[in-house]
Design a protein around this ligand. Structure first.
Ligand SMILES: [Zn+2]
Ligand SMILES: [Zn+2]
Ligand SMILES: [Zn+2]
Ligand SMILES: [Zn+2]
Length: 417
């Protein structure tokens, strides 16, 4: 598509000017030594008084091969990607439709989990967020339209997030921290899982061996075709010991299992010009007034390109990052694309307590590379998945509380010249 460069450049200049003036204001504040002192203190203890423009420290997540075969067991409270989830509450798993892609109605696939306890309350001594997605790209494309729906509770989603939390004293784990020497054990075995996906509760039992368990007819059929047909007859009179000990899911289509390790973004040698950050702020600001909003809209091509440039530049500090974590009422995702960002009203309030949700972490497309997902037209692909969770981390009624994910799928190749 030919671009009308002259026109657009003018408007970009306008945006820049608007921007620079607000940036200068900030710089005046920052230059005040007392203010700087305050900010530093804030970082150390209390974040409540920070305003929107302060850069929150971001924790980056990287994937690695698990150090030991027990490293990712649920009693070690792991952050992990791929494989099957390590359910914090092993009994009261998400059930019914919440474990299905609402679009194709197939069971969702586990993407990753982030162990993110908070000290705000006793019930979040342990706290893990779980992210699932349908592996179908066509579902994700439809999901992207659905996420704009209001009220979002009725939207059909192919990406789902669950939050689970437990107090220190709970029926599933010792209150002492794990020793990380391979000897840690959970207090019970938890609900039996699907033999195929190892992800969801296996509430259906194979009618012939009465041993194999499945979350869905689809997974039963897949297991049958891939070998259970033979195993079933042979193992029907075997003791249950082998299947009880073998927790490995039979499916080969799970994403490869990785441990997620953390690093502070600040550890990476940084020379981020404040200017760049600020530009990014402008295009991601939720409460832009209408005139600026329409200005940005009419020059989407340029702002997308700039947004992508900023995104790339920031991510280039640690190019292998797969996750950016920053839970704070005023933190925002680093949007790859300026168009298609949610406004505050697009993020539904917590469906359990009604309080607003805040941004907690985002997943980057690099994860797909580590998962070995092919780069075909139909392959799963996203620019980012931003996860929003109840700002109160409320206890709600369910053990796994559904939170909200915002997906940007636009391919970077469409916005980068
Ligand atoms: Zn689907
Ligand atoms: Zn299953
Ligand atoms: Zn069977
Ligand atoms: Zn809530």
């Amino acid at each position: 598509m030919p671009m009308e460069i002259g026109d657009k450049d003018d408007s970009v200049e306008m945006l820049k000017n608007i921007h620079i003036s607000s940036h200068d204001d900030d710089r005046d504040d920052d230059a005040d030594p007392e203010e700087v002192e305050d900010l530093m203190n804030d970082d150390d203890d209390d974040d409540d008084e920070d305003d929107d423009e302060v850069q929150k420290p971001v924790t980056l997540g990287f994937v690695e091969k698990p150090k030991n075969e027990w490293s990712l067991l649920r009693q070690l409270f792991p952050s992990k990607a791929g494989g099957a989830p390590a359910w914090l509450d092993p009994d009261n798993l998400p059930s019914g439709r919440s474990r299905l892609c609402d679009i194709c109605e197939q069971p969702l696939q586990f993407l990753l989990q982030v162990y993110a306890p908070t000290s705000d309350r006793e019930s979040t001594f342990h706290r893990t967020l779980y992210l699932f997605t349908c592996p179908s790209m066509s579902c994700l494309l439809r999901d992207q339209h659905e996420q704009w729906k209001r009220p979002a509770v009725n939207a059909s989603r192919s990406v789902k997030v669950f939050r689970c939390q437990l107090p220190r004293d709970n029926p599933f784990y010792l209150s002492e921290p794990p020793r990380h020497d391979g000897s840690d054990k959970p207090l019970g075995s938890g609900a039996p899982l699907c033999n195929w996906c190892g992800t969801w509760k296996g509430d259906k039992i194979c009618g012939s061996c009465r041993e194999a368990r499945y979350c869905s007819e689809k997974h039963q059929a897949m297991h049958w075709r891939s070998g259970h047909k033979v195993m079933c007859q042979n193992s029907s009179r075997n003791a249950g010991s082998s299947s009880a000990d073998d927790h490995k899911p039979a499916s080969r289509s799970l994403w490869p299992e990785h441990e997620i390790v953390n690093e502070d973004e600040a550890e990476y040698d940084v020379d981020v010009s404040a200017d760049l950050d600020n530009t990014n702020c402008l295009v991601s600001r939720n409460q832009m007034d209408d005139s600026i909003n329409s200005l940005v809209k009419s020059f989407q091509g340029d702002s997308d390109r700039r947004s992508w440039g900023n995104f790339q530049e920031r991510v280039a500090r640690a190019p292998e990052q797969v996750l950016r974590y920053c839970r704070n009422v005023c933190s925002k995702p680093l949007w790859p694309i300026s168009s298609g960002q949610p406004s505050a009203a697009d993020i539904p309030n917590c469906s359990y307590c009604g309080k607003p949700r805040c941004f907690e972490f985002q997943v980057l497309p690099q994860l797909l590379y580590f998962f070995g997902v092919k780069n075909d037209v139909d392959s799963l692909d996203w620019a980012t998945i931003a996860v929003y969770s109840c700002e109160e981390s409320c206890d709600g009624a369910a053990s796994y509380k559904e939170e909200f994910a915002w997906v940007q799928v636009s391919s970077p190749s469409q916005v980068v010249p």
